[in-house]
Design a protein around this ligand. Structure first.
Ligand SMILES: C[S@@+](CC[C@H](N)C(=O)[O-])C[C@H]1O[C@@H](n2cnc3c(N)ncnc32)[C@H](O)[C@@H]1O
Length: 312
């Protein structure tokens, strides 16, 4: 199977990007380049798309699938937390649209052989950017029991975090945990069978999510990125962010709220003294979710939430 794109909410994202020919837009999470392909078509003639991914395979794929637009595309193998530097390097002072479609791509989970899936037997790696040092194998074999339990609870909201951490520490004394199946077996033997079935998800789902978030420092990078958003967009420029779990959605929501800088003065003051100056406005208060048809066709879309905000 080749590299396939899995754009979530493609029509909604394209509509809310509000693109026109000549615009400059950034796809921070190229993946299979589905959103990127819709964007580039909407900004031609004359526009520029900067496509970023920290996974070298996504960049290689984009070079092929977006080949016919090559003159209007800049592909960058980097972390989106460094977007200001990337734009500087290309002498771009402001952009009309930024898209983030967070999480992992279908290629990463099914093809990359980097240990993202508990359904496959692969080395326990989980790095999206293989130039980084930390892997999931390092974490499960070297973190202390409490550190592991905290990580599973914080990033996976895993109820059995302590029990699983204890079983991992016991298991790795017999032999190192090197593959996805080494880890999955320990989790499945630890989580009570009835409780796992009641949760309607595979017992390893939350631990795998937690490890992926930790290995790729997903929340830190998202927070660094979000802080810089108002400085990167031109007036009227928009950011569209698709999140797949509450930890990342909370970061996006809190930053967008802070940019709206609603006046915090007591209501009885005759005039504003807090000098709150909004830099962004959210296009809708509650996040959009995919249509029932999209959720039925693409199970990966089920937990997606789209937030859109505009630079003012
Ligand atoms: C859900 S996929 C994107 C799918 C894509 N929108 C499409 O149409 O196929 C997420 C992609 O974002 C990349 N990614 C995640 N976090 C990143 C970060 N901090 N910097 C750069 N790329 C990142 C992943 O490597 C992955 O390829």
């Amino acid at each position: 199977m080749g590299f396939v794109h899995t754009s979530v909410m493609p029509a909604e994202v394209l509509a809310y990007q509000n693109l026109k020919p000549g615009d400059v837009c950034v796809d921070c999470t190229l993946g299979g380049a589905g959103h990127a392909e819709s964007s580039i078509k909407a900004i031609l003639p004359g526009g520029t798309l900067i496509g970023i991914d920290q996974d070298h395979e996504a960049i290689a794929n984009a070079k092929t699938v977006l080949h016919r637009f090559a003159r209007n595309i800049i592909l960058v193998h980097d972390n989106f937390s460094r977007l200001p530097k990337i734009l500087d390097q290309h002498n771009i002072s402001g952009v009309n649209s930024i898209v983030l479609d967070l999480g992992f791509s279908l290629n990463q989970i099914t093809q990359a052989r980097r240990g993202f899936s508990f359904n496959l037997n692969e080395p326990l790696d989980m790095r999206m950017d293989i130039r980084n040092d930390l892997t999931a194998e390092n974490i499960v074999n070297s973190f202390g029991e409490k550190e592991l339990a905290d990580l599973f609870f914080r990033f996976g909201e895993e109820k059995f975090s302590r029990r699983i951490a204890r079983a991992i520490v016991r298991g790795r004394q017999i032999h190192p945990i090197a593959t996805t199946q080494d880890l999955t077996r320990i989790i499945c033997d630890t989580v009570p069978k009835g409780r796992a079935a009641a949760q309607k998800i595979h017992p390893a789902t939350r631990v795998f999510q937690a490890l992926r978030i930790a290995v790729n420092q997903e929340l830190e990078n998202l927070a660094i990125f979000m802080q810089q958003v108002p400085d990167l967009l031109v007036t009227g420029g928009r950011i569209c962010v698709i999140c797949f779990h509450s930890l990342e959605d909370r970061i996006v929501k809190q930053h967008l709220k802070s940019f709206e800088a609603l006046c915090t003065c007591p209501k009885d003051l005759p005039q504003c003294v807090c000098n709150a100056k909004p830099t962004m406005k959210s296009i809708f208060k509650k996040p959009l979710i995919p249509s029932p048809g999209e959720m039925a066709a693409n199970p990966m879309a089920r937990s997606a939430k789209l937030r859109v905000a505009e630079r003012i």
